[in-house]
Design a protein around this ligand. Structure first.
Ligand SMILES: [Zn+2]
Length: 245
């Protein structure tokens, strides 16, 4: 079987054949529709890179070839602006209060450990970052795009970010935003793009050798050096400082 064909089969199997039926069940119970997850993504990457999963047991990576897998989905729940309830993506009315004033947060992240990044700096090959997105912010949308990028461990920007996060008084956890400023400045190279719909799966792009990184969008271009960008960073949420009175 060709690799493209195998990737299509793998994705189709995870989708379970009948997307509409699956979505209807999830709508019925207001449950997040997420046909892929972290474990599946490790297998997807094992297939893409001709390697195996390691089960992460005590290692700094998920694939035997020393690649670390991350998955994030933008087919997220909407937030009801009236009562604060979560409403799954394919429903346009709040299941708690009936409001139609819902907002899609688009804030899902990839979690990267700054500690592991620095600890395995010499041995970890890099990060394989998969993102599932609906093609439009609409409850009737039934078309999705799954993309996977590669960022090498020794990327100077990501490493500066890991050092800054690690040396801060905050968590060691990098909340890495897909398609955000830090993402584009870390030279992500697209390795996979798949279109997903009720018809099935189409692999539109597959090249694990691609070394041309995504163009940085204008809004993220800056004259600041990496060090200046890092100095200006607020490193995530405070860990919770107790002030004695
Ligand atoms: Zn509500």
């Amino acid at each position: 079987m060709s690799k493209i064909k195998e990737l299509e089969e793998l994705l189709k199997t995870a989708l379970g054949g009948d997307i509409e039926k699956s979505i209807e069940f999830h709508k019925k119970y207001n449950n997040v529709w997420n046909p892929f997850d972290d474990g599946f993504t490790e297998m997807l990457h094992a297939c893409m890179y001709d390697t195996k999963c390691t089960g992460s047991a005590g290692l700094g990576w998920d694939n035997l070839d020393k690649g670390e897998s991350k998955y994030s989905s933008r087919v997220q729940s909407r937030n009801c602006k009236d009562c604060g309830s979560k409403v799954m993506f394919f429903i346009d009315t709040c299941q708690t209060c009936g409001s139609k004033d819902l907002k899609l947060p688009k804030d899902s992240r990839w979690g990267i450990s700054s500690e592991s990044h620095l600890k395995y700096y010499e041995s970890l090959k890099g990060y394989r970052l998969a993102l599932l997105e609906p093609i439009e912010d609409n409850a009737n949308c039934r078309e999705f795009v799954l993309r996977s990028w590669f960022i090498e461990t020794k990327n100077p920007y990501l490493t500066a970010y890991a050092k800054t996060q690690f040396n801060s008084t905050k968590s060691n956890h990098i909340n890495f935003m897909p398609l955000g400023k830090d993402f584009y400045h870390s030279s992500p190279c697209l390795h996979l793009k798949a279109s997903i719909g009720e018809w099935g799966v189409d692999i539109e792009y597959f090249n694990t050798e691609n070394k041309t990184s995504e163009e940085i969008p204008k809004k993220f271009l800056t004259d600041m050096t990496i060090n200046e960008i890092m100095s200006a960073k607020k490193m995530g949420k405070e860990r919770g400082i107790v002030v004695r009175k």
